[in-house]
Design a protein around this ligand. Structure first.
Ligand code: KIV
Length: 275
């Protein structure tokens, strides 16, 4: 009998069950090759709509389309085997009605094969979240700073630093939890509020710029690798790949200009002759 066991992909219920347990490791990825690396260490890979800013140089996530998310979601599914892959619903693909949200989510699930979707918004999205979950769509919610609302907010500033704002963010977090979200991203909120929210809901909270008081953490991969030109203050750079990539490109350009690349070892030899 074979002792090989099939690698099982984590599911939304697996992540939900991690509430209060081992911290959940989540990272963004938009490509098959970085997804394969993240898959070895992460529980959740998020195909975030941050791809608009990170991959495409957009100023905000607002212009990102559902088709862009689906193409990158497919790539990440191809590259990964174990992590739960969550694909972001981009601005304009879910806010108009519960039905619009369902049809967009169905496209994402069917066309990428991912295990869940993420959408931004608290209380205002609760009814939609319930509608989706009742119809078989696992939903990760996203409260606190919601970057898709940049045109209303005016800037990407931290939320809940003033205790007067806590009530609204608490209501949002409770609403998405009661509506059936399996977990919630909490972005850019002060530590005491993150602690309070984590204690208040039975679903895992995943923080980004929201302190260690959450059940897990998420970062944008390019930000933590030192590949993004501008990063929020809360990002820790775990790598500094920018200079290494630039050096490799500069070395290549210099060798091409000096006609020293490709050398004989990088050219196909004639049949039967050694290089
Ligand atoms: O789009 C994204 O990458 C995100 C994370 C910042 C949580 O939503």
């Amino acid at each position: 009998m074979s002792v090989q066991s099939e690698m099982r992909r984590l599911t939304a219920p697996d992540i939900h069950a991690r509430k209060g347990g081992e911290p959940i490791v989540m990272l963004t990825s938009y490509h098959a090759h970085t997804a394969a690396l993240a898959d070895k260490y992460c529980d959740v890979i998020l195909v975030g709509d941050s791809l608009g800013m990170v991959m495409h140089g957009m100023e905000t996530t607002v212009p990102v389309t559902l088709d862009m998310m689906i193409v990158q979601g497919r790539a990440v599914m191809r590259g990964s085997k174990r992590a739960l892959v969550v694909v972001d619903m981009p601005f304009g693909s879910y806010e108009a009605s519960r039905e619009q949200a369902f049809m967009s989510a169905v496209r994402v699930l069917k066309e990428t094969g991912c295990g869940a979707i993420k959408l931004e918004g608290g209380k205002r999205m609760a009814e939609t979240i319930r509608f989706l979950v009742e119809r078989g769509v696992p939903v990760m919610a996203h409260v606190g700073l919601t970057p898709q609302a940049i045109n209303v907010l005016g800037s990407f500033r931290a939320q809940g630093r003033d205790e007067a704002d806590w009530g609204r963010i608490e209501e949002d977090t409770l609403a998405v939890s009661e509506a059936g979200a399996f977990s919630v991203v909490i972005e850019a909120v002060a530590e005491p509020l993150a602690r309070k929210l984590t204690g208040a809901v039975p679903i895992p909270t995943i923080g980004i710029g929201a302190s260690v008081a959450c059940d897990g953490q998420v970062l944008v991969m390019e930000d933590m690798l030192g590949l993004s030109p501008r990063v929020p203050k809360f990002v820790k750079r775990f790598g500094d790949l920018g200079p290494g990539i630039e050096k490799a490109i500069a070395d290549y350009a210099a060798e091409v200009r000096a006609r020293s690349f490709p050398g004989p070892e990088h050219v196909y030899p004639m049949k039967g002759k050694k290089p």
